[in-house]
Design a protein around this ligand. Structure first.
Ligand code: SR1
Ligand code: MG
Length: 405
């Protein structure tokens, strides 16, 4: 829809949201009063309204950025520009993988609003995984999503002028700063944003004192700060993916920016690994547990396989880089990406365990001593990945190691 209403910013509520959708003429119903509006946002940052016509069951989502981080409150101001970034990223992603993102019906950068497809027939992947469900399309879809969005946004494909325009368009300093702090800095120091029980203090102190580990983190952090390689989703954890048996949708790209190619895959793999660990507590029945855990590892393997195959095909057919046909250039890029996937994944595993933003996979383990046991394991695992990233040379070496760990 192309309607553009320029409006001054104010946080929406269940009534005023109707003023935003009125000009869109989305619903067949004549009376807007009949629509049912619910605020359903359970994330850290935004308001999310679902608007539904109870008769026809037609529905849409109105997402609005708040001028602060909801998870902390008004003391943490946050740019509204992230709403523009999110809708621009969804539109950009839809150019190569329209079936893997929600449709955007309308956006208003003044109101910091994106109106988009309702995906209530899907579930958030993290929730589905914690419940022990498996999703046959997940690996193929995320491999396809990451490869396409990477290739088409890269210098391998774009004219250098267009690439630089895109880097400007997706300049996202405030959201990047959140990641720089919460993923790559605070968990590696005794910082007051960290959040962990006293029983994990000695494990955290071991991390803070490990100079070899900190050197590697410093390098990964520097990569994140400086390597404007591809348009990233920027926050591709299992809470940013909606799934059902026959569909996958990647949502929430408000952290999108140009960054290092391994970052999104790392976050996806790290969150699958955390779920794998937590299944030892969640899945009580051994056969079921084995089934879910082997699905998770196969998903990591198949995602990487799909990513490399798809990226390679796109490279062969469409790369404009003058060195595209030079032997070993693509292989070097993929090899470097793979190594950073391992290192970035280690950082994500550690920050989800002792940093500010945790994951329900570990936090919802009912027995405290078991939760602590797996959190300690997660810290060991994350540290090992960071320190040994160069030792991993194939995806099955990684999944074998996770299985063994
Ligand atoms: C204050 S935001 C905390 C975390 O939530 C987002 O989803 C990102 O992962 C961020 O680090
Ligand atoms: Mg999010």
């Amino acid at each position: 829809m192309t309607v553009k209403v320029k409006s001054a910013y104010e946080p929406l509520n269940e009534l005023t949201v109707l003023d935003v959708i009125k000009p869109l003429n989305f619903f067949d119903t004549a009376s807007l009063n009949e629509l049912v509006v619910q605020e359903i946002g359970d994330g850290n940052l935004n308001l999310v309204f679902r608007v539904q016509d109870p008769d026809s069951e037609q529905a849409l989502i109105v997402k609005q950025a708040l001028p602060y981080a909801k998870v902390v409150g008004e003391s943490w101001p946050l740019t509204l520009d992230r709403a523009r970034i999110e809708s621009d990223a969804l539109l950009q992603e839809a150019e190569s993988v329209p079936h893997l993102v929600p449709k955007v019906y309308y956006s208003d950068s003044h109101l910091a609003v994106t109106v988009m497809e309702d995906l209530s027939d899907h579930v958030i992947l993290r929730k589905g995984l914690i419940e022990g469900n498996t999703y046959p399309l997940l690996a193929k879809d995320i491999g396809t999503f990451t490869a396409n969005t990477a290739f088409y946004s890269s210098d391998f494909y774009l004219h250098p002028f267009d690439k630089k325009e895109q880097v400007k368009r997706f300049s996202n300093p405030e959201l990047c700063k959140i990641t720089e702090d919460l993923v790559f800095t605070d968990p590696f120091f005794d910082h007051d944003t960290n959040d962990f029980p006293a029983e994990l203090r000695s494990d955290a102190e071991k991390i803070w004192a490990d100079q070899e580990l900190l050197r590697e983190v410093a390098q990964l952090r520097f990569s994140f700060l400086t390597r404007a390689e591809i348009l990233l989703h920027g926050d591709l954890h299992t809470g940013s993916i909606f799934v059902k048996e026959d569909s996958t949708k990647v949502i929430d790209p408000e952290f999108a920016f140009y960054g290092p190619a391994g970052f999104d895959l790392a976050h996806f793999f790290a969150n699958l690994t955390l779920n794998h660990l937590s299944q030892n507590a969640h899945a009580k029945e051994p056969f079921h547990r084995e089934n879910v855990q082997s699905f998770l590892l196969q998903t990591i393997e198949k995602t990487w396989e799909t990513y490399t195959n798809t990226f390679t095909e796109l490279w062969r057919e469409k790369a404009s880089d003058p060195f595209a046909k030079t032997e070993g250039v693509l292989e070097n890029f993929l090899q470097h990406t793979f190594q950073e996937v391992i290192g970035f994944a280690g950082c994500e595993v550690i920050r989800r365990t002792i940093g500010l933003a945790h994951v329900a996979d570990l936090d919802s383990i009912e027995q405290k001593d078991i939760e602590l046991f797996y959190k300690k394991k997660a810290l060991e695992l994350g540290s090992y990945l960071i320190k040994n990233q160069r030792k991993f040379t194939s995806i099955t070496q990684l999944t074998d190691w996770i299985r063994g760990a």
